[in-house]
Design a protein around this ligand. Structure first.
Ligand SMILES: CC(=O)SCCNC(=O)CCNC(=O)[C@H](O)C(C)(C)COP(=O)(O)OP(=O)(O)OC[C@H]1O[C@@H](n2cnc3c(N)ncnc32)[C@H](O)[C@@H]1OP(=O)(O)O
Length: 443
């Protein structure tokens, strides 16, 4: 595979062997809400505490059986040194539970689950909290480098005269806050600009993007209406006085229409672009966790559970090419590794960073040249839309970067359970040109 380095987990499929298996006992997430809104009083820690304690009480596991807490967050607050360990300590869990925090961009909570799964298979752990969070309403807003240098010099100045001369050199512009950009550090372009590049390269029309976004909303709205999302969501009491009750995702638009979407102006390439507020995932606050265990632990404790993690893969490409194309590499790869074809998969959860990015991935897998040159394989072909994101995706539900992977694990396994399917594949693109796929099996 050209420009495609990969690492693979050791969680290889073993349905028929007697080896240990990794069980998803349950997952829990907060409602996903528009950033800078109803969760403005929340923090990465507060939402993480909510899901961590809920998944423990919901499943009835003994907190003292938890070996480790692994958490993902993409834009961490400077006040959280090691969020995962803080979740353990502030939620009153046994202080013997270790924790570490990682950042693998939008793959973060698939990565926490992969690490947890690998450690369970190695026999090191039996029960692990693997989650992630993003609260864009509460991100660090740093000052410019000039302001930092000035403040450091001021704090080290030895005399009033020295301080006065430093103050004389100040430019007020230095103190304009610099909110974090959703940009790829390697290229300097935003995620949206990279998605624009992909839609042009793959010739994805605005109409197709809007249609996918429309389906995301309609599918999510139907799933909510049917009560399918209730089991995965824990309500949050928020606001200054904790008197605001939030129990639903607040960005799903049951009343959206192709016509209203078509009226929106492009955001990232204002002149020629096709990506709008409607066909992009919105800025979102939320947290999610998957409680993972060894099958032997689950059997010993006679715990109900959702299903199994069978395997995971990570891929990476040159960010200058197609930054968010990871799923087009990761999906064929995980199926090949497990001797499965796309027809064996009942449900695909393909993260919707942007509608144009999902369509670029799907079109690439259905492109002979891409499959030959990039995947070194024959044509992968089309995935029927009836198998993809059937309860909506990030465009409608939202995308708190660190939490999306854990949401998708729970969503895919619950759909399998409800529909009686066997396998699901979750695939998520990520900044840095990375991507992950996870193969799940129902109970
Ligand atoms: C690996 C990865 O996942 S990479 C992806 C990482 N994520 C990102 O980069 C985030 C991308 N998204 C964004 O940056 C933002 O959501 C943006 C810039 C696209 C849009 O932000 P905002 O302008 O704040 O969106 P907002 O929700 O206000 O919508 C703008 C307008 O579109 C309208 N709109 C949005 N969605 C719809 C819809 N489905 N139907 C009809 N109208 C809509 C809104 O009503 C609003 O209209 P108004 O101005 O008349 O009120």
């Amino acid at each position: 595979m050209e420009n495609n380095e990969s690492t693979e987990s050791s969680t290889k499929k073993s349905s028929s062997s007697k080896k240990e298996r990794v069980v998803v006992v349950s997952t829990v997430r907060t409602p996903f809400v528009k950033s800078f809104g109803v969760f403005e009083q929340e923090t990465a820690l507060s939402l993480s505490l909510r899901v961590a304690s809920e998944v423990i009480s919901k499943t009835g596991v003994q907190a003292s059986d938890i070996d480790e807490c692994i958490w993902g967050v993409v834009i961490p607050q400077t006040k959280n040194a090691n969020l995962a360990r803080e979740i353990v300590l502030f939620s009153g869990l046994p202080t013997t539970i270790a924790g570490f925090t990682l950042n693998k961009a939008c793959n973060s909570s698939l990565q926490t689950a992969e690490i947890a799964a690998d450690r369970i298979l190695l026999g090191k752990n039996k029960l692990v909290l693997a989650g992630g969070v993003e609260v864009l309403s509460d991100v660090p807003i740093p000052f410019s480098d000039e302001a930092r240098r000035f403040l450091t010099k001021m704090s080290r100045a030895r005399s009033f005269k020295e301080r006065l001369s430093l103050i004389g050199s100040v430019n007020p512009k230095w103190f304009l806050p610099k909110p974090p950009a959703l940009a790829e550090p390697f290229t300097g372009l935003t995620m949206g600009e990279h998605a624009e590049i992909m839609t042009v390269k793959n010739n994805v029309s605005r109409a197709r993007q809007d249609e996918l976004a429309y389906k995301s909303h309609i599918n999510a709205a139907s799933a909510i209406e049917a009560g399918y999302l209730k089991d995965e969501i824990v309500p949050v009491w928020t606001g200054k006085d904790k008197n605001i009750f939030v129990d639903k995702d607040n960005m799903v638009r049951a009343d959206t229409s192709i016509e209203s979407m078509a009226k929106l102006k492009p955001v990232f390439d204002k002149r020629n672009g096709t990506i709008t507020a409607a066909n992009s995932s919105p800025l979102t606050d939320g947290a999610a966790v998957a409680l993972l265990a060894s099958e032997s632990y689950v059997k010993e404790k006679k715990l109900p559970y959702l299903g199994y993690i069978v395997d995971t893969v990570t891929v990476a490409v040159d960010p200058n090419d197609q930054l968010l194309i990871g799923p087009a590499y990761a999906i064929p790869k995980i199926l090949k590794r497990n001797n499965l074809t796309k027809d064996d998969i009942d449900i695909f959860e393909i993260h919707e960073a942007f509608a144009g990015q999902v369509l670029s991935c799907l079109d690439s897998m259905n492109n002979e040249t891409f499959c030959r040159e990039k995947l070194d394989s024959s044509l992968f072909g089309t995935i029927p839309p009836s198998k993809i994101n059937i309860q909506g995706g990030a465009i409608a539900i939202g995308h708190p970067f660190g939490a999306t992977g854990a949401r998708l694990i729970g969503n895919a396994l619950r759909i399998l359970k409800r529909k009686g399917g066997k396998y699901a594949v979750v695939a998520v693109c990520a900044a840095g040109g990375m991507g992950m796929a996870m193969l799940l099996e129902s109970k």
